[in-house]
Design a protein around this ligand. Structure first.
Ligand code: NAP
Length: 486
């Protein structure tokens, strides 16, 4: 099964921060791959912008080097690479200065029929300023698009400030807020599984779903990003955006149409239906030292830090569908595996006719975002062969990474899909401003409660599943976290 590729309209994509890590590691490789499969037109223009002074040739060389590094020289096609590099241009612009904007404007004015998009791959402190300068210089037209990525604020007040600064220059339908989790094939498949099949939706409620677990686990620590992370923590860095987006997609009502605002309205309703969190609904952790590896406190260089490198949450959604079904969220660094998954655990049958058989774990739908994107249904069947009625749990595997082909090393990167969606003008997989604000409005109070409590995050061993108290959180409800193993 090979997915069909529909070319997008030609475009001019300006990448602010084109010399940075995100651009080199994700954005250019994604665009290269879209060109290679025929989705990006060969006459598209990608205009890099950053403060560094460099010629177009030097810029092309830097992007070529990045592609060699992040895609791998053996996987690059010489003709596609030449075509790709020919699409690149560069303008030196300091987001805080006045130089360079008119040069950029002139380049863009050369073709008015191309889709115009600005990708702000720069520090968030520059988002508002760049938006304002694009607007003031007349470079941002009513149909052009602006793309930004987390962190989208630090709390509700700063998110509101950012939204209102952007809205002075761009209409909401022009603003694309990336959460790259939403670009993953499996996340969209979650919607397909739920809304394109009659099988699951009748069971998708508290009557049949016992609980839901959403885990985003990392094996790495905060090394290298200590200062940034310590000012943020797991709640702001991961829960407010990625985990809450996954929660929304799992729990939302079926939208009436698969259209951006219809989907985002339903997601927003879930966030607004979340009960406020209490101290007893959360467990915070900080990883300890192990061997020669320092602790979280060593890595951030502050022995007094109370920032959490792990958080587990028990969330309740107060609506007809979900009342009585806890949603457990968990994310952390230095855990026993690197994985992102949603596990929907169904209730046991109301009556068992196999009394001689030990209690089974029950049905579960496991939606895995990484690694090995795919969906597995855990079902109970008879253990084949003679020997009486023994039951066994087996996974029904719907892994589709191989089946879909993609670019030969798995499925298209989330960024590939998302950037093409920006060009197509499809906001379905992007967060709306009010969603971001509602998510902050849910996490802000518990962060304040933690602060007011004066308590410290609980220590946990690197390579573990987090503090033991997180197991007590689910255990007190009679539930067990799925092991973090990869
Ligand atoms: P980075 O490596 O530090 O790159 C920053 C880029 O911004 C550079 O190209 C830099 O080039 C440019 N820049 C800095 N100040 C500028 C100014 N005043 N005017 C114009 N350009 C300026 O950062 P990054 O890791 O790519 O991250 C970029 C953004 O993406 C950040 O908001 C980050 O939080 C977000 N993000 C990154 C990742 C990731 O994997 N890296 C993932 C998710 C989100 P010059 O120095 O030449 O100006």
């Amino acid at each position: 099964m090979v997915s069909s590729v529909i070319p997008v309209h030609t475009f001019d994509l300006v990448i602010f921060g084109a010399t940075g890590d995100l651009a080199h590691r994700k954005i250019f490789p994604s665009l290269y791959r879209r060109l290679a499969v025929g989705q990006m037109p060969a006459d598209a223009r990608i205009i890099g912008a950053a403060r560094s002074k460099m010629s177009r040739t030097e810029f092309r060389k830097s992007v070529s080097d990045a592609l060699q590094k992040y895609i791998g020289a053996a996987k690059l096609d010489a003709d596609v690479l030449d075509t790709f590099l020919a699409c690149l241009d560069y303008v030196a612009i300091d987001a805080k200065g006045t130089g360079g904007w008119s040069v950029l404007g002139k380049k863009l004015d050369e073709r008015e029929d191309a889709v115009r998009a600005f990708y702000l791959s720069v520090a968030p402190s520059l988002f508002s300023e760049i938006a304002q300068r694009l607007y003031d210089a007349g470079i941002a037209t009513p149909s052009s698009r602006i793309v930004i990525e987390k962190p989208l604020g630090h709390d509700l007040a700063s998110a509101q400030e950012l939204n209102s600064a952007l809205s002075r220059c761009f209409d909401e339908h022009q603003i694309y807020r990336i959460d790259h989790y939403l670009g993953k094939e499996t996340v969209q498949n979650l919607m397909a599984i739920r809304f394109a099949n009659a099988l699951f939706e009748p069971l998708w409620n508290s009557r049949y779903v016992e609980h839901v677990q959403i885990t985003v686990a990392e094996t790495v620590g905060v090394n290298g990003r200590g200062a940034y992370y310590d000012a943020s923590g797991a709640m702001r860095d991961m829960v407010q955006n990625h985990l809450m987006q996954l929660l929304c997609l799992t729990a939302m009502e079926p939208p009436s149409r698969f259209e951006p605002d219809a989907v985002r309205d339903e997601k927003l309703k879930i966030i607004r239906a979340l009960d406020p969190l209490t101290l007893g609904d959360t467990v915070r952790g900080q990883y300890r030292a192990a061997g020669k590896e320092g602790s979280y406190l060593d890595h951030v260089g502050d022995p007094q830090s109370k920032t959490e490198s792990f958080v587990a949450i028990r969330a309740h959604i107060s609506n007809w569908r979900w009342s009585g079904t806890p949603f457990y969220l968990r994310t952390g660094k230095k855990l026993s595996g690197r994985l992102s998954e949603i596990v929907v655990t169904f209730r046991h049958p109301p009556h068992t006719i196999f009394p001689q058989v030990e209690q089974q774990k029950g049905n579960a739908l496991i939606i895995r975002l990484q690694p090995d994107e795919g969906i597995t249904m855990r079902v109970t069947i008879k253990d084949p062969g003679p020997g009486g009625m023994r039951l066994v749990e087996v996974p029904m595997d719907m892994t589709f990474a191989d089946a879909l082909g993609g670019h030969g090393d798995g499925m298209p990167e989330a960024y590939e899909r998302l950037i093409m969606d920006v060009i197509r003008g499809d906001q379905t997989l992007f967060m709306r401003g009010d969603e971001v604000e509602a998510a902050w409005a849910w996490v802000d109070p518990i962060i304040q409660i933690w602060k007011d409590s004066g308590s410290r995050p609980l220590p946990y061993d690197p390579g573990s599943g987090g503090p033991i108290e997180s197991y007590k959180l689910t255990g007190s409800d009679g539930h067990l976290w799925r092991e973090i193993t990869v």
